[in-house]
Design a protein around this ligand. Structure first.
Ligand SMILES: Nc1nc2c(ncn2[C@@H]2O[C@H](COP(=O)(O)OP(=O)(O)OP(=O)(O)O)[C@@H](O)[C@H]2O)c(=O)[nH]1
Ligand SMILES: [Zn+2]
Length: 330
């Protein structure tokens, strides 16, 4: 315990001599089993061992976190200390959280004024949007795209209910951004969706009624059984849990279902944060005047110059600025 508490002070110390006793150094947890946090529920974490993934049937382990660890979120890769059998009544301990490759944040809300991380280490943000019933909300899709770019995740838009309306307009709005779009409807073949989700961790977001649950149930036929099982210790099933849950896909890869999702924390997102995901535009802005906002009312933005002399498509610039504007909308 005490050893770990020393960590915060370690960086202020003089360089360590080789002879420094081992006990004063950061404990080495690399020999402990590695797991993925699949749900978080009132201070209890359900963790699946990474080595179980080959057959996908390993029992989830219930763990608490060591006091020295600050935050643990769904998607975190953790080292587990103690009992990792997953047997009923056992409690393991999260000794270490591995550095996160990506973090997806959600907006603060009235109940909780802190902007929190929703999911760690996801590769892809899948925006599920209906073409009709409920009618599409393009600005909401744009906000999700901004959140994906800022989080360092690849965006994928899945347009549902193609049996009710044409996807052409939506596809045209997304095309200039080079965002991958898949269209599905009733009885659709999900082969392309499955291929896009294979071998990676994808977070699914979508408004109520867009068909996200329908899609999840098709992708993971035993989703309910799996998730109610991992929560057996706390006695809470999926339907009462408000958090996200990681589900293994039968064909490899994992999805993170995010029930009750509100919005993303875009309040402090800068243009530069989004630009990083658009290398061609980023490159062009090197010629911008100092302090250029790159927005539509900027008189000398180098991206407008590039459009004027044919080096940049007007649709791409307009779409880029459109998604930037979505930051202000709710
Ligand atoms: N026409 C049509 N209806 C669909 C399609 N996919 C889902 N639905 C219907 O849309 C409704 C909402 O689907 P859900 O899967 O429950 O939507 P959801 O996004 O999970 O919404 P919540 O459960 O409220 O979070 C249901 O009545 C589905 O049967 C589709 O491709 N075409
Ligand atoms: Zn500019």
């Amino acid at each position: 315990m005490g050893r770990h508490d020393d960590d915060d002070h370690a960086r202020f110390e003089r360089p360590r001599r080789r002879t420094r006793p081992r006990t004063k150094e950061r404990p080495d947890y690399s020999g402990l089993p590695l797991g993925r946090v699949v749900t978080v529920d009132r201070g209890r974490y359900s963790v699946r061992l990474e080595e179980d993934r080959a057959d996908g049937t390993g029992d989830a382990i219930t763990a608490a976190k060591a006091r020295s660890i600050r935050g643990v979120v769904v998607g975190d890769l953790v080292r587990l200390d103690g009992d990792v059998t997953g047997a009923e009544g056992t409690l393991s301990r999260i000794a270490e959280v591995l550095p996160r490759t990506t973090v997806l944040r959600r907006t603060a809300d009235d109940d909780d004024p802190i902007e929190r991380i929703v999911v760690a280490n996801a590769d892809q943000l899948v925006v599920v949007a209906a073409l009709a019933d409920p009618p599409p909300r393009p600005a909401l899709i744009d906000r999700c795209l901004v959140a994906a770019f800022v989080a360092g995740m690849d965006p994928l838009v899945i347009l549902t209910k193609s049996d009710l309306a044409s996807p052409d307009e939506m596809i045209a709005a997304l095309e200039p951004l080079d965002v991958a779009v898949l269209v599905i409807g009733r009885d659709a073949d999900l082969a392309e969706v499955r291929a896009s989700l294979a071998d990676r961790i994808s977070v699914l977001v979508g408004h109520s009624g867009v068909g996200k649950s329908t899609l999840v149930n098709q992708l993971v036929p035993d989703a309910f059984r799996t998730t109610s099982h991992v929560n057996a210790v706390t006695g809470r099933g999926r339907h009462t849990s408000t958090g996200s849950v990681v589900l293994d896909l039968p064909g490899g890869g994992r999805i993170v279902d995010t029930p009750g999702f509100r919005s993303f924390g875009l309040a402090h997102v800068e243009v530069e944060d989004v630009l990083k995901a658009f290398t061609d535009l980023h490159e062009l802005t090197r010629d911008c005047p100092r302090g250029c906002t790159h927005l539509v009312d900027e008189p000398e933005c180098a991206m407008d110059v590039a459009v004027a002399d044919g080096r940049l498509s007007p649709a791409r610039l307009a779409s880029f600025r459109r998604i930037l504007e979505s930051r202000e909308q709710v």
